[in-house]
Design a protein around this ligand. Sequence first.
Ligand SMILES: [Zn+2]
Length: 405
Amino acid sequence: MGSSSEIEVVTMGSKTQQQNPTGELPAITDVYSASAYGDFQQLRSFVEHGGASVSLPDGNGYYTLQWASLNNFVDVAQYIIEHGGDVNAADNIHQTALHWAAVRGSIAVADLLLQNGARIEAADVNGYRAVHVAAQYGQTGFLNHIIATYGADYNALDKEGTSPLHWAAYKGFTDTIRLLLFRDACQNRQDNKGYTPLHWAVVRENIEACTLLVHTGTKEELFLKDSAGFTPFQLASDKGHRQLALFLSKAMRTHRNRVVDKIIRGNLGDKGCAPILFCIIVVLMILFTISVIAAPNLPKVTAMVGLWGWISLSFGFCSLIMFYRCSSKDPGYVKRADELDRNHDANDPLMSIDLNSSSWTGNWSQLCPTCKIIRPVRSKHCPTCKRCVEQFDHHCPWISNCVEE
Ligand SMILES: [Zn+2]
């Protein structure tokens, strides 16, 4: 993580700005700068009148196609390919034009490169493929595009055993994490240090990333230990990230409680406090009835006391019915992907947005990795119910149901 190669990409990415600090027109002196700034006419004149080649690397080993790809100049890239530029040409650290396109999420150039035979799984000296670079720079749209259209392997590992999900968690790009989880990226993979994506999110104190990983993940990731024997919680405590440690210990406790609950009370653990509350009301009503019937001075009950007794009992019954309705009523669950598939509801707005279509550049935060849907605006995922709820406010443990805004 944070190795020299990744920093290298940053330098070359910012090179264009370094050359042009005052906002003046850039100095285009060769095919490389012409490609980097997208000056198509200059490039043509260098090649056609100056006899320059577009297939040779510059002094640092970088190719014209890499420069054009970095800044998403499709016409320039097309021209370079037509004039002998190799789409798979690799620089000194074995990065290709596709790696550079991933840095800034240049989708149009990536399409051009891949359609002209660029290898999608080309790896550099660190084992980084285009998917890794896209995750390192939070290029969610780019990542989704190469996965959906070209079948890029989003679980690919680099030489340190890190996957794109590890990188996104480390960098704290929650949209990228959400996309990868939505696509079922492996969450319990441990890299060479034994770190899971959750460990990396903890190291960098990315609270939102941790929340997302914990809510989407299973119990397993919370208890996985790195090579030093630390679980994510222990790592958070060790690094002094108190808020995270608290959150993780709570998550671990919930899982432990569920196991204990299941052993002691069957399946009650998932049902919250509602059954207990329900039983208390029933027991109180029975106690009340018994105490009235068994009272030693029962014959002296007046009409008023009788009426009061019956009213109390009716209130008890009403509250039971209301309570049952509150607990069992649908708080506005959004249909999950599996339910939508079953119903083949073509008119549903959720189904009309196809994540696989490259035209969708919507809001990544609307992806629910658990329900596998693009959820409507204002809806939220309830980690307790494990469902998305329209106009979600909070999950009430007393009624064991979600409460709307
Ligand atoms: Zn959801």
